[in-house]
Design a protein around this ligand. Sequence first.
Ligand code: ZN
Length: 173
Amino acid sequence: MSERRFAFNWELIGDIDVGRPNLGPTTRLEIYRLMQFTLRDVLEQHYGTEQANRLFYEAGRLAGVELYGRLFSHVTEFNDFVSKLQSALKDFGVAVLRVEQADLANGVFVLTMSEDLDCSGLPELEHEICAYDEGFLAGLLESFTGAPFTVKEIDCWCTGDRTCRFRAESRHE
Ligand SMILES: [Zn+2]
């Protein structure tokens, strides 16, 4: 790639106070989902389901890393990190995050996200769909621990659960 136009940086988020004096910083969730699922449709058409999921995971991971750098880089204690992350995700209207299992020594975590931005309320499907969230949690955990993580969604609204549940494992590379 000779030239990057959209390497992520926070300038791309812009000055929302200046840019949207009347409409403000929020939008309707239908529009967020419209953007996400049309993008996913086009990526799947071009690259297939597996690669589209991989790209979503990677984008989510980048978001996790960037958000960590922006909001949590000064945090040192795991419990402090979790409570700040819970507050941020609630304030932004992303999800209600809970930690069901945290084995810091072995790098194994089970996390749930309820009322999730991406899938809560969707019809039931045969498969989990929250690849972006998988990557997002991986990026956050990798940033906090300094170790690479693999995150897999094991329950999803779309598989009949009322919450999305993720298993995160450090890869010990
Ligand atoms: Zn889900």
